[in-house]
Structure formats: structure tokens, C-alpha cells
Design a protein around this ligand. Sequence first.
Ligand SMILES: Cc1cc2nc3c(=O)[nH]c(=O)nc-3n(C[C@H](O)[C@H](O)[C@H](O)COP(=O)(O)OP(=O)(O)OC[C@H]3O[C@@H](n4cnc5c(N)ncnc54)[C@H](O)[C@@H]3O)c2cc1C
Length: 448
Amino acid sequence: MKYDVIIIGSGLAGLTAGLLLTKKGYRVLILEKKPFVGGRTASWDEDGMKVESGFHRVIGYYKHFPRVLKKAGINMNKIVMWEEVMDFRSARKGDVTTFGMAPVHGPLKLLKGMFGNTDTISYKDRMSLFPFFINGMKDYLKKPDQLDQVSVKEYAERHHVTNNAFHLVLVPLTAGIFFLPPERFSAYVFFGLLAPSLPRFYKMRMGGFLGGMSELFSDPIARVIEKQGGTILRDHKVTRMIYENGRVKGVVAEGQEFYADETVLATEIGAAKKLITDSSVEHACFNNLLQLPDVPAVTIQFELDRPATPYDRTTFGAGTSLASFTEQSRTTFKHVPGRMSCILAPAERFINMESEDIYQIAIKDAKKLGLEIEGHVVDYRVVKHPKEFYSLEPGHDWMRPDQDTPIKGLTLAGDYTKTSNFATMESAVESGEIAAKIVEDEMTKSAL
Ligand SMILES: Cc1cc2nc3c(=O)[nH]c(=O)nc-3n(C[C@H](O)[C@H](O)[C@H](O)COP(=O)(O)OP(=O)(O)OC[C@H]3O[C@@H](n4cnc5c(N)ncnc54)[C@H](O)[C@@H]3O)c2cc1C
């Protein structure tokens, strides 16, 4: 059977494009190499333990992600638990500092975080962050290209952030958000993550999911796609795109050929580069993409016989490999007495390490942060993402490709493609929306 559209990959980018195109009545085929949909927003059962690709937070200013959920009949507010504060635990000083982040939903906590004084982060340390953040936002809006040439570390030095504020706030923030130390984290990307909160500051807060992401949204979106007439084939790895006479005409998966008028390549960056190369789709438009480096991510998830912390809250672990983590037994995984999900940094250190060695390091670092989990671990899993993120280092943002390509029949989607966001659920959905629009325009043009 010939389809109107083939979508390679069922992450949020592919699911979004599939949802929007089936809604318009197109015959869509989604091919996914894994046994489940959702990509980096999947959760699954692994030998008796519920795991997820990594703990995720929705940011209150997101617009594209809630919009696609709504189109699938899901109310985002019903699937997230909002947080107004975040914790910074320090290995150097051994205590916890809480910062508010919600000007409307938690103004007092925000003010206390900004102007408070503790043994760990003094008033002077906090004040030193103001010129850094204010100038960063200004430069993001006025000189984005120049800002992308500078790392967060260089920018912090330029604006005299104190050593303490740098190590206790900026190091854990950059590692916890995108697994990179401040010397490798583009200042443009860092402030770009905060900038959308300016016009939508009243929405600023973070949301943790009230269940596994597959059951809350990836599977429900897939069901709507199927209900609208789309086909999803899991365990179908695309090995090549069929590229003939300057046009992508379909794909090969599991030794079978599938044909369509339009193909949306919606895999993560590493797989996208491989498929473009393996299919010999040669064009100068892919030069930047092929040179845009990818970086890994690694997480460790513990099932415990009691909660690791007194509350489920996003926490950054300054001075340890536990870049960011959260207890989840009261929110995401309520079926167990304790559940801690951690993102490890630097990911390059862990990507080729045995799980047992990672476990030992994580347990030791948890102890340094005052978390007594040793002796309470019922089970654990390490989840690795080898080539799934584009690098957010200085000088790379301009290399992200547009969704539209000069190759007939081929559109790109995925969090690495050019959007107003960076490597998040929001950018994945935005890219899927753009790709769906391009495909629809092409289909309309060729129908005329
Ligand atoms: C640990 C971790 C924490 C994160 N935290 C947050 C957060 O707090 N907030 C936030 O907004 N975002 C977060 N993200 C990022 C977010 O998950 C991603 O940006 C987003 O899900 C990417 O979606 P995507 O569709 O672009 O790619 P993916 O989800 O990677 O989807 C690509 C799909 O393509 C499939 N595929 C690959 N190759 C082939 C092939 N050859 N044939 C068929 N299928 C193929 C893959 O299996 C996958 O399903 C986090 C990600 C991770 C890993």
C-alpha cells in the first residue's frame, strides 16, 4: 500500500506530525524501531521495574506541548503536579537551599530565594547573580549571535558572579538541565531557556508528571492517531530512505519497502545523521547537520523501601555526579514506597561504564548530599541515551537545520531542528507542528 506520508520515529516530534496529519485526513504510516512509542518521553516495564527515559519537567511557559496534548484530548493540568520551588543540595556544605521560581504562584518563596541569607549561599552570592541574569536576558534579545559564542562560565566571570554562587547554583543548573558543565554550555542556550518566561512570567513554574509518560500522553496520542486512520508499526527500524532521481520516495524497514509521497525524518539527531548518510541523500543543506555534534545523557533510577527525601521536588546536586534528581513515590511512581530518578553528569564519563560501577558512584554521591539511600535500594536501572541530543555548546545553535529541505519528498522534525526552543519536549512538538504544515502545503500543491 502506498501512503501519503511516512514518519520515521515516534518521539514527540513524530507523534505530533502524525496527530496533525491524520486529523487532516492523510494516510500516515509511523515506523518506530523500538517496541514502544514515545522516544525520549517513554516509560516502560523493565524486568519488573517501571522505568522512564529520565525524569522530565514541564515548564509553565510551554505552549506547543500543552497544545498538542489538548488536540489529543489530554488536559495538561490534570497530568502534572506543579512545583513552585527547587532545591540545591551541596556536597561542599552539606545542606539544602531552596529557590522559588514562580512569581505569581509562589511570590514569597521567590523573594526568599532571591534575597535570603544562609550559611550556604549568602546575600552577597545571591546578589552577584542579578547582573548575570539581567544582562544575559538583554544580550539574548539584542546580541544572540555574540552570546552563542560565549560559555556560561565566561559570562559568569564577565559579570562577577561569586565563586560560591557559581559552584552552588550555575554548575548544578547547567549540568542538571542539559548534562553539561558551565564551561561547555552556551550562554545563548542558557538564557534562551529562561527568555520565554519573560512575556509569560505569570506562568513560570515547573511540573512533574503524575504517572509514567507513556501512559499519560505518548500512548494516548498514538491511540488517537490510529483512531484517525493512521498506522503505527513498532519494532520497525528504518535502515534506508529510498532516494531516486532527487526525490525521497519511501523507506526500507525490516527488509520491506514502504512508499509515500512525503517522508518526515523524525528521529533523534544521531539516527537522523546516520539515515541521511546511509541513504546517500547528498546535498550541501545537510553539511551543518552532519557536523553538529551529538552528546549523550545517562540516568540512574532507584526503587527504594522508603522515600529518599521528605517531598517530591526537583533538586540539583552541586559538586556531585547527581546533577539533578527527584523523589517520585508521591507523584510519578506511587506504587512503590520510594523512587528516586537521577540525571548524571558529565554523561561522557558514564556512557560506557558498567551499571554496577555507576550504581556505586551514585550511592556515594547521594551520601555526600546527605541522602541515606544505601541499604534501602530494592532495585535500580541505568538508562543510557548515546547520541540523542545535539550539543548545546557555544557556537552550535546556528547549525540546527530547518525542517524544510530542498530534497523533494523529505522534511525533518525533531528537537535538534531549528525551533524557538532547545532540545526539549517543547522544541520536539514545535518541530512536529512545523513539519506537518510543510507536508500539508506540499500535498496541497501537488494535488493542484
Ligand atoms: C534524561 C532526559 C531528561 C529530559 N528532561 C526533559 C525535561 O525536563 N523537559 C523537557 O521538556 N524535555 C526533557 N528532555 C528532552 C525531551 O525528552 C526530548 O527533547 C524530546 O522528547 C525529543 O523528542 P523527539 O521526537 O525529537 O526525539 P525522540 O524522542 O528521541 O524520538 C525519536 C524516535 O525515533 C526512533 N528512531 C530512531 N531511529 C529510528 C529508525 N532508524 N527507525 C525507526 N525509528 C527510529 C527512536 O526510537 C525514537 O522513538 C529530557 C530527555 C532525557 C533523555
